[in-house]
Design a protein around this ligand. Structure first.
Ligand code: NAD
Ligand code: UGA
Length: 434
């Protein structure tokens, strides 16, 4: 098949390289001309394991083409995938400006029957608005489908090659057949449904994952009050196959461009459908509380009882990890940003290190210092705070760390170190819920 993918971000680039890898001819469009110029040379705008190799291979084998021109690609395509961003507005609702403009441009360039498939996460019920836009401009036959994406950053390629499910939301038999055929080489359960159910599956999935994480963070808070060990508690809870171990790890809260945004958007949408999603409001509140909880732990581990004014004035803090999770340089809605901003407001001096996102972070947090390795970051600092669970932080040489730090204090926001080992070496160790 010939396909156009609109939006060369995380979802668009992974979708384009996946379908090119499966033998289709794929055009990938973005309005960002510099991004397209780089992609033509195989330069990927962010760090995602294996993605650059997949893209370069498909460019070389002439299966994948990058362009900023809708007219060069859309008329040749049987399927157009919309993969543009749907970021949050101030009130939590999804901002659909990019979506509407991408759909309008696609509609103006349709030629012959085209299936417009929405991969972006869009609120329930917006198919009518999209339909109205396309109807206004289209000169040929088209149909719609909603096929939400479930990849995770950091493992995007393997997630898309081994999906748990492929959701095809459409009321057209022809569209269903085309999408089943396109996805035929991939494993995973096929969920065939209407567009609204497809959109709901996406919001419900991300919200459920967020709910599990907030549940684990609530358990951690209870463990701190009762003296139980949350690592053991979630191990025991997750061993029940009906519950499972995944997304039960407490920490500094869920971040990234999707879980926080989609929880808020789901709350906002359901409110518009006259349902107060109290459960999700609590999930969001617990997540927000993780930041102040971590800052309190930092204060407590330094023996600072004053909770007013600039009570961390002059304290040298090493922050380990800036990305919202390991194996990405993505800083969108990263807990590190909120934590660092609070610490800076309280007067602390920050030196941060992340294996991949120092450069991205410099644009967001220009007023802190950056180190280019873990040990340089902790050298002569009052304490070290682990914010992202990069594997190399779990392997830190604690004896070396003790010599470099001014005070042997660790606040482990991801529970990646062994508390006993750290304490036996003379560290003051504070984790989450243990
Ligand atoms: P992104 O911000 O990384 O990329 C979006 C791209 O679309 C940008 O490069 C932008 O320049 C481009 N764009 C905007 N308007 C355009 C237009 N009119 N024409 C062509 N290009 C245009 O976004 P993303 O993270 O890939 O997310 C895209 C959608 O997929 C969102 O709805 C998101 O919620 C959803 N999603 C994201 C992930 C993820 O892990 N990032 C996973 C599943 C679903
Ligand atoms: C998430 C979903 O997992 C994907 O299925 C979905 O496609 C995507 O959002 C999306 O819609 O964009 P992603 O944002 O890449 O993927 O990251 P996750 O691996 O889900 O992690 C999200 C956040 O939760 C991270 O900050 C992570 O550190 C945190 N987390 C995760 C925990 O705090 N505890 C856990 O047990 C698991």
């Amino acid at each position: 098949m010939t396909i156009t993918v609109i939006g060369a971000g995380y979802v668009g680039l992974v979708t384009a390289s996946l379908f090119a890898e499966l033998g289709n001819k794929v055009y990938c469009i973005d309005i960002d001309k510099a991004r397209i110029a780089n992609l033509k040379k195989g330069i990927v705008p962010f760090y995602e394991p294996s993605l650059a190799e997949y893209i370069s291979r498909s460019i070389k084998e002439k299966r994948l083409f990058f362009t900023d021109s809708y007219s060069q690609s859309v008329p040749k395509s049987q399927i157009v995938f919309i993969c543009v961003g749907t970021p949050p507005k101030n009130n939590g609702e999804a901002d659909l400006t990019y979506l509407f403009s991408a759909v309008e441009e696609a509609a103006k360039n349709l030629k012959g029957y085209t299936l417009i498939t929405i991969k972006s996460t869009i609120p329930i019920g917006f198919e009518h608005d999209l339909e109205a836009i396309v109807k206004k401009y289209a000169k040929s036959k088209y149909e719609f489908a909603s096929s939400p994406e479930f990849l995770r950053e950091g493992t995007a390629i393997s997630d898309s090659l081994h999906p748990d499910r492929i959701v095809i939301g459409t009321n057209s038999k022809k569209a269903e057949k085309m999408l089943l055929e396109l996805h035929a080489p991939l494993p995973g359960e096929r969920i065939i449904c209407d567009t609204r159910s497809a959109q709901l599956i996406k919001y419900a999935s991300n919200s459920f994952l967020a709910t599990k994480i907030s549940f684990a963070n609530a358990l951690a808070a209870i463990c701190e009050k009762t003296g139980a060990d949350v690592a053991k508690v979630v191990q025991g809870v997750g061993a029940d196959k009906r519950i499972g171990h995944s997304y039960l790890y407490p920490g500094v809260g869920y971040g990234g461009s999707c879980l926080p945004k989609d929880v808020l958007a789901f709350i906002a949408q359901t409110r518009n459908f006259d349902y107060d999603f109290e459960l999700l409001r609590a999930v969001d509140a617990i997540n927000n509380a993780q930041v102040s909880s971590l800052v309190n732990k930092i204060r407590k581990s330094l023996g600072i009882t004053d909770k007013t004014g600039k009570n961390l004035e002059g304290v040298e803090v090493a922050i380990l990890g800036l990305a919202f999770k390991p194996n990405t340089d993505d800083m969108r809605d990263a807990p590190s940003v909120k934590i660092i901003n609070v610490l800076v407001d309280l007067g602390a001096n920050i030196t941060a290190y992340d294996p991949k996102s120092n450069e991205v972070a410099k644009k967001i947090l220009p007023n802190i210092k950056y180190a280019n390795d873990l040990y340089k970051a902790i050298n002569e600092k009052d304490l070290m705070v682990i914010v992202t669970e990069w594997p190399q932080f779990a392997e830190i040489d604690l004896e070396k760390a003790k010599k470099l730090l001014k005070k042997p204090i660790i606040v482990d926001g991801r529970n990646i170190l062994d508390p006993k080992k750290a304490r036996d070496l003379g560290f003051s160790y504070t984790g989450i819920g243990r």
